[in-house]
Design a protein around this ligand. Structure first.
Ligand code: RI2
Length: 355
């Protein structure tokens, strides 16, 4: 059995729900467009098919698409019999599938830079590196979960947006749900308000599914109810994930995050972003430099293939928005919880101990 298959088997035995894995010589992923009604497993036989799965959001979440980078380069190494030029080209292709989440780009660059030699030697080094990255991502989830859980009190009612969980990460709880899952496993009595997250409905379809599986009490709300819930005192804390954190602490996350942060500030509700060092981009000085992915407006005008607006209506779908650092109470990472001033504190905590 290959090293990468052993890694998968060990984690399956621990009961982790991985979004993508390598088994019996094949790359497989859960088609997240079908959740929660079906857990369809798709076989991925080429890098171009993996790229389509990422851009069509069959697999999504910044952590999960980050590990797609590791699996994708390993697949490319296998299929090209370790041809370094073709492996590099596969990496360039994968990096262009979604522009906002930085984990995918960083993972591909890391693994391609360290791929040595050609042929069997290249396949082996890529596989070892890929397994190292997968283990590291999973460790991050446990570590940031444990730091974040220290912020959660018994009885807290926590709002989250989109899906930053196991299927969007490496298998334990992604980012936000690692914090929530750890607090729950510590025996804290918590209740989650999960925003449905128009238009792709990650919150309704996937966060609610995982909370149900973890046995964590929760209530589904539509995105436009967060202000009401905060003003009525239903929410004690907000914890969201992150697709990219700029070096000044500005945050790109699923569209809608910014309006929740504004409402939270108005009601003195702590607003936390859960992330990992791999999602902090020191090459991007501020949020305004982050490219926000603009998706097809038909994802707004249609639902499940059916129109929900007059034919020909103009629509807009920015997939993310930018929450300025001034609205963020703390950034939860695998190194600890980082607070303002982010410009200096992020570098101090993360860059000094770069992974
Ligand atoms: P982690 C999602 O984007 C959302 O922005 C969500 O908050 C984030 O990725 C989760 O990523 P999409 O891929 O924080 O559904 O869990 O468009 O890494």
């Amino acid at each position: 059995m290959r090293l990468i298959e052993q890694f998968v088997q060990e984690n399956k035995e621990k009961g982790l729900a991985m979004p993508i894995w390598f088994e019996n010589g094949t790359l497989k992923l859960i088609d997240q467009t079908k959740l929660p009604f079906k857990e369809d497993v798709c076989q991925i036989t080429s890098v171009s098919q993996l790229g389509k799965a990422i851009s069509s959001m069959m697999i999504r979440g910044s952590g999960a698409i980050g590990i797609c980078g590791a699996y994708g380069i390993f697949l490319a190494a296998l299929q090209t019999n370790g041809n370094p030029q073709e492996v590099k080209e596969a990496g360039d292709f994968l990096k262009n599938t979604r522009p906002t989440a930085v984990n995918l780009m960083k993972t591909v660059d890391e693994i391609v830079e360290q791929a040595k030699g050609s042929g069997e030697e290249l396949i082996t080094t890529v596989e070892e590196k890929a397994v190292g990255i997968l283990k590291r991502q999973l460790d991050f989830e446990y570590q940031l979960g444990s730091y974040g859980a220290e912020l959660i009190n018994d009885g807290d009612r926590i709002m989250t947006h989109c899906h930053s969980g196991a299927f969007g990460g490496a298998g334990y709880g992604g980012r936000a749900l690692s914090v929530i899952r750890t607090a729950h496993e510590q025996g804290k009595n918590i209740h989650i308000y999960t925003c449905e997250t128009r238009p792709y409905l990650q919150g309704a379809r996937i966060t609610a599914l995982e909370l149900k599986k973890f046995g964590i009490p929760h209530t589904l709300i539509t995105d436009n109810m967060s202000g009401f819930c905060m003003s009525e005192g239903y929410i004690d804390k907000v914890v969201v994930g992150s697709d990219r954190v700029a070096s000044n602490g500005d945050l790109a996350n699923k569209v809608g995050t910014y309006m929740h942060a504004l409402a939270a500030q108005n009601h003195d509700i702590p607003f936390y972003a859960a992330t990992s060092s791999h999602t902090i981009d020191f090459n991007t000085p501020a949020g305004r430099y982050i490219e926000v992915e603009m998706r097809n407006p038909s994802e707004v005008t249609h639902f499940n293939g059916k129109p929900i607006a007059p034919e020909g209506v103009q629509a807009l779908y920015p997939s993310f928005d930018i929450t300025p650092n001034s609205l963020i109470t703390g950034i939860i990472t695998e190194k600890g919880v980082i607070t303002a001033p982010y410009e200096t504190h992020l570098r101090k905590v993360i860059e000094k101990s770069a992974v």
